[in-house]
Design a protein around this ligand. Structure first.
Ligand SMILES: C[S@@+](CC[C@H](N)C(=O)[O-])C[C@H]1O[C@@H](n2cnc3c(N)ncnc32)[C@H](O)[C@@H]1O
Length: 242
């Protein structure tokens, strides 16, 4: 590494073998590794995944990013965490900020990135394997074949948005599936897409579950790390030319 950097490091969805070689190197060489978690009382999933790559001498800083919808609460948490990170950078310490999956996909890193870039520090993002790529591999389901359209939709998007996206998408990734679960299932049923939907919770992590019957799934058992993949009938399987 030349100079002091703030690295956003994608650590993949769960299996520690799915970190890239570059992610492992950046984590190994950083002076400080920042691991996000949602609350003081919860453990850090990022640390569980990437802990083995962090040398003993490295300082590990756990930062809380609350799961809140109130803009003020979020802004305050981001700014406080960014201030702590810029403190390390000012002291000449390279920081690696760990992110589940890919850092540029619906992650808290994006906010840290923007604040720290604005302050003129050198920033580099190390891409990671996204949760839904890992899930597709796990299920042996292609996310896109031929001219199919794939949409990635967070379940927090409104019902209308989801219904519209279902109209024009052959395949869909529904992130944050534990939010508004019943509403998601109703939308999929209305669109006649429940049969092609699979829910994967904690892909590659202890407690991984795969559910095909979404209607009869108890939502109390669905955790935050859950994603629904909706797949149309494969043209390949029907023997059509793609
Ligand atoms: C804030 S988004 C982060 C996405 C992440 N940056 C990525 O590239 O996958 C969190 C959502 O990602 C999905 N997710 C992350 N890790 C997962 C895993 N191991 N298994 C299933 N879904 C996962 C879930 O939908 C979860 O609610």
């Amino acid at each position: 590494m030349n100079g002091v950097f703030f690295y956003g490091v994608g650590i993949g969805p769960g299996d520690p073998d799915l970190l890239t070689v570059k992610a492992a190197r950046v984590i190994r060489e950083a002076k400080v590794v920042v691991v996000p978690r949602v609350g003081k009382e919860t453990g850090s999933t990022a640390l569980a995944i990437a802990g083995a790559y962090i040398p003993e001498k490295t300082r590990i800083v756990q930062q809380v990013f609350p799961m809140a919808y109130d803009a003020m609460t979020l802004q305050e948490a981001w700014q406080k965490n960014a201030d702590e990170i810029t403190g390390f950078l000012q002291a000449g310490k390279t920081v690696a900020f760990l992110t589940l999956g890919d850092p540029m996909l619906y992650s808290t890193y994006i906010y840290m990135h923007d604040i720290i870039v604005k302050q003129g520090f050198q920033v580099e993002t190390v891409p990671g394997i996204s949760s839904f790529c890992s899930i597709a591999a796990r299920l042996g389901l292609a996310l896109g074949e031929g001219d199919e359209i794939l949409s990635v939709v967070p379940a927090t998007a409104g019902e209308e948005v989801l219904d519209k996206a279902l109209e024009f998408s052959d395949n869909m990734v529904l992130l944050k599936a534990s939010h508004h679960y019943d509403r998601l299932v109703d939308s999929l049923a209305r669109a006649g897409r429940l049969d092609g939907a699979v829910l994967v919770d904690r892909c590659g992590l202890p407690g991984e579950t795969i559910r095909h019957d979404l209607r009869n799934t108890d939502k109390a058992n669905i955790g935050y790390l859950s994603t629904i993949i909706v797949k149309k009938k494969s043209a390949r399987k029907e023997g059509k030319r793609l």
